[in-house]
Design a protein around this ligand. Structure first.
Ligand SMILES: [Zn+2]
Length: 112
């Protein structure tokens, strides 16, 4: 229950802080929004190595879209789960809320 609320707060913050939020939804949702720019969707879908890591460290569900990845990762961070720099790097790439703050708190530099 609490996990679900934190997950939804993650979506809420992501939607309010990223102008690309709608482009990070699932394909049908993107199309329902009338968006025809699938660049972020394709980038997320084709990042096989990243998706493998997301599946292992976060959850299989988190691989369903960039928006779900961000919300699931937000929830994991808030709950204090230890995550790799690579996951934080992806979280920043997909404009996860408070990415810089979370990275600073972990005292490591993201790759890139
Ligand atoms: Zn969600």
């Amino acid at each position: 229950m609490v996990d679900t609320i934190i997950h939804e707060i993650g979506h809420f913050n992501h939607r309010n802080t990223s102008s690309n939020y709608k482009k990070m939804l699932k394909l049908q949702e993107i199309m329902n929004c009338g968006i025809r720019d699938f660049s972020i969707f394709i980038k997320f879908l084709t990042g096989k190595k990243s998706r493998k890591l997301i599946k292992k460290e976060i959850s299989p569900y988190a691989t369903s879209s960039a928006a779900e990845f961000v919300a699931c990762t937000f929830s994991a961070i808030i709950r204090g789960k230890k995550l790799s720099p690579e996951i934080y790097n992806l979280y920043k790439i997909y404009e996860g809320p408070f990415a810089d703050l979370f990275i600073k708190q972990n005292k490591f530099n993201v790759l890139q």
